[in-house]
Ligand binder design. Structure first.
Ligand code: NDP
Ligand code: 2IT
Length: 457
């Protein structure tokens, strides 16, 4: 039973958290995704704040929810029909307490300030969990790369960088990829930055291997997610070996999560794109998925041309109706709602590993936790991508490059360390096994302590 002192501390912390949350909602109207990310983190922090009232006295939450800077800019470009197009660009520089702002760029028609801010806010704690000296940032545009020619992609990214270059730099802010931004887009952006500012290799990560990229960065998020989930499974006497896995999406994170899960002995039975999903109980051919999506830039339903025995179902959300032992949501935010979570539980799912950012709604997370499903939250499970980005920055600074095996071994170590810090923090605050609380508490404390040391800035 909690002592009277404990109960009083918890009440004060809860009131503080609610007050700051209400302020966030009133100051940032209609930013639903940002509110959701703040709520998930804040709810975990009540026991931390109760134990460390100095964070309340120092106004850490009020300061942390306010980005240090948010830039929004016009991105004009000319399409192949000589028509002028205008998109909107964003960069949020959320928190630099631990180092230069670091985080990806997303090109997707749904991008707006709310999405960029939820991603940037999550990134602060994710980057802290990696143990590397990187602050949190994020950016992107509502540009839709789908169906655009290579020339259009180049003209857009050059225009985007012609404004973005003013705000970034190897020691200031280092963007990378996210949805719709891969090696091709990073290459064009790097080329344009170089024309304007000269050759500063460390200004972007996810570069091609021939010009400063790190081996294993392409694989890092998907591999890292599986390394994290593997730790969690082992800790609970489970394993990938012989398990049935469903992975949503068929992009960068999804492809390498599928590859690593298969390597560890799992059968990957389904994956998706935004139109629908494919299913094959014998296991998917990941080479075909990768060729279709990365090289040919086709739709996932085209998988049936090579594998007529597989099944294609229109509608990506229905992928969660496929029974599995382990589900790895690797597509986008809020792709698992309460109903999908309940269905996964009913079909016997044992573990969830979030490869995407915020793929489960708050209700879905609650459903998994109530039903004893092991749950690896995004900011811990998908931190492998940004961790290897920070290793890319380190290699660029040293003007050296490590082998694939070296980077992969460092990634594996980082993911194991993140797992144990989450477990330890969850224990410390009385939430044994709750990795949501563990990840939020462990990441938050590093950032909050650095903020206090650096004064009111
Ligand atoms: P990609 O662009 O390579 O792939 C995204 C995949 O998700 C595609 O299959 C895409 O389908 C699908 N998708 C995108 N938007 C939606 C949507 N609204 N509904 C359904 N499906 C959708 O992106 P990544 O693999 O890089 O990113 C996937 C997730 O992982 C994102 O949440 C991202 O923030 C997160 N992440 C990425 C990291 C990285 O290093 N790249 C690091 C950490 C997290 P379609 O082709 O039809 O659009
Ligand atoms: O969400 C993420 O962590 C990323 N998109 C990767 C960021 C990075 O800087 O590599």
């Amino acid at each position: 039973m909690k002592s009277v002192m404990d109960a009083k501390g918890l009440d004060t912390a809860e009131k503080y958290v609610n007050d700051v949350y209400n302020l966030v909602v009133s100051r940032n109207p209609s930013e639903d995704e940002f509110h959701q990310a703040v709520k998930e983190i804040f709810d975990s922090l009540v026991p931390v704040l109760a134990k460390h009232p100095e964070y309340m006295e120092q106004g850490i939450l009020e300061r942390m929810v306010e980005p240090e800077r948010l830039v929004m800019f016009r991105v004009p470009w000319v399409d192949d029909n000589h028509k002028i197009q205008v998109n909107r660009g964003f960069r949020v520089q959320f928190n630099s307490a631990l180092g230069p702002y670091k985080g990806g760029l997303r090109f997707h028609p749904s991008v707006n300030a709310s999405i960029i801010k939820f991603l940037g806010f999550e990134q602060i704690l994710k980057n802290a969990l990696t143990g590397q000296p990187i602050g949190g940032g994020k950016g992107g545009s509502d540009f839709d790369p789908k169906g655009k020619s290579d020339q259009e992609i180049m003209r857009f990214t050059q225009s985007f960088m012609t404004e973005l270059y003013k705000y970034i730099g190897p020691d200031a802010d280092v963007p990378a990829g996210d949805i719709g931004v891969g090696a091709r887009e990073i290459g064009y952006m790097f080329g344009q930055y170089k024309r304007i500012r000269g050759n500063e290799a460390g200004v972007l990560t996810g570069k091609g291997i021939g010009y400063g990229g790190s081996l294993a960065r392409t694989e890092a998020t998907g591999y890292g997610c599986v390394y994290f989930v593997d730790e969690m499974l082992k800790d609970n006497d489970l394993s990938f070996e012989g398990s049935k896995v469903v992975v949503s999406g068929s992009g960068n994170v999804s492809i390498y999560a599928m590859r690593k899960a298969k390597e560890l002995g799992a059968t990957v039975v389904a994956c998706s794109d935004s139109n629908g999903y494919i299913y094959d109980e014998k296991g998917l051919d990941i080479d075909t998925v990768q060729r279709l999506k990365e090289v040919e830039r086709k739709r996932i339903k085209d998988y049936l041309n090579d594998h007529p025995d597989a099944v294609y179902v229109e509608g990506c959300r229905d992928i969660w109706t496929v029974p599995c032992d382990i589900a790895l949501p690797c597509a986008t935010q809020n792709e698992i709602d309460e109903e999908s979570a309940a269905l996964l539980v009913k079909n016997g799912v044992k573990a969830i590993g979030e490869g995407a950012n915020m793929p489960s709604t708050l209700e879905a997370i609650e459903c998994f936790q109530k039903n004893g499903v092991l749950f690896a939250p995004a900011k811990a499970a998908n931190a492998g991508g940004v961790a290897v980005s920070a290793l890319e920055m380190a290699q660029n600074s040293m003007r050296m490059s490590w082998s694939f095996e070296e980077v992969d071994a460092k990634l594996n170590d980082i993911m194991k360390n993140i797992y144990s810090s989450c477990v330890q923090a969850a224990d410390e605050y009385g939430y044994q096994g709750n990795l949501v609380v563990g990840a939020n508490a462990a990441g938050f404390r590093k950032v909050a302590d650095a903020m206090i040391s650096q004064g009111i800035v």
